[in-house]
Design a protein around this ligand. Structure first.
Ligand code: SF4
Ligand code: SF4
Length: 290
């Protein structure tokens, strides 16, 4: 394990810098199984679709197990420059595990870029710790900036012991997302927005969302096509075509740079973006979990 003090070279993040996507890779550490909301496109029996295609994560790791796994990953694939947490639930519905993992990684791997992806509901109280640890890149999934639109996307939003539904749920989630983004930017964190495009629900709303996010100082916008998942309320929604997505991204690009090379990775993805090695590393991942 590396212990020399240095600052990560942030230009090596293959998701935020498309020019290096063939040179550097990322690993997702599956330490966050629980979620605090229910998106109508997500079947948690499988995976988080915040940033993932619906494939199972092979297992769940503790922070200490994630550190051991990281060591093995870097030995097998030294081009990994980023360690992220993207589920399979939400990192801040599992804040202790998420922050514990990030702290361990920062201590042992000073050169590693640290990255998190969240729905934003529970993020704000942890932003200072996130920034202090040196997590430089955070993605928030914002599926719209009008609760009348987004109320159709979530079955519920759970805040502590209270469960909200419908408009109330959408209003609470949006308020939390806006507060989190504002605080992340005040702490100098690079912020990407994931916008999951759901035909007939929020596809007319992508550009307005990008425009608002630009005003908040967001750095990058990732307009993604929803992947229909079995056994979900949106199972029968037809996935938007490439042409539709290109047109939406062109509109959003009037306001913010677009990520156009996202691979919608698994919660245990590992390797270069175009050459995922999660299948190959599954045995190692499972061994670390026991
Ligand atoms: Fe699923 Fe992620 Fe939505 Fe939670 S935030 S319900 S894990 S897609
Ligand atoms: Fe990068 Fe997209 Fe994969 Fe996340 S889901 S690691 S942003 S390519």
């Amino acid at each position: 394990m590396k212990t020399t003090a240095s600052t990560p070279d942030y230009s090596r993040h293959p998701c935020f810098n498309a020019e290096v996507k063939g040179k550097f890779g990322r690993v997702h550490l599956p330490v966050a199984p629980k979620c605090n909301i229910q998106c109508n496109y997500c079947n948690r029996k499988y995976d988080c679709v915040n940033e993932s295609r619906p494939g199972v994560t092979s297992t769940i790791l503790s922070p200490e197990q994630a550190l051991v796994y990281m060591d093995k990953v870097l030995t097998a694939e030294p081009r990994i420059s980023v360690a992220g947490i993207a589920g399979p639930g939400d990192p801040f519905a599992n804040a202790n595990e998420t922050l514990g993992t990030m702290q361990l990684l920062r201590r042992h791997y000073p050169d590693l870029i640290l990255c998190l992806s969240s729905n934003g509901l529970g993020l704000t109280p942890h932003v200072d710790e996130v920034a202090d640890i040196g997590v430089s890149h955070v993605t928030v999934t914002v599926n719209g900036i009008d609760p009348e639109v987004t109320k159709n996307i979530y079955s519920f939003v759970r805040d502590g012991k209270i469960i909200y539904r419908g408009l109330q749920a959408a209003e609470l989630l949006l308020a939390r997302q806006m507060a989190a983004i504002e605080k992340l930017k005040s702490r100098g964190v690079t912020v990407k927005i994931n916008f999951i495009t759901i035909p007939g629900i929020n596809d007319h709303h992508a550009e307005a969302t990008a425009e608002t996010m630009a005003k908040m100082g967001v750095d990058l916008f990732n307009c993604m096509a929803m992947l229909p998942n079995a056994d979900t309320p949106f199972a029968d929604v037809v996935e938007p075509t490439k042409a539709t997505m290109n047109a939406l991204r062109n509109g959003c690009e009037r306001h913010l740079p677009q990520m156009r090379h996202c691979k919608r990775c698994r919660a245990d993805a590992v390797g270069l973006l175009g050459n995922d090695r999660s299948g190959e590393m599954a045995g190692c991942l499972n061994a670390c979990a026991t």
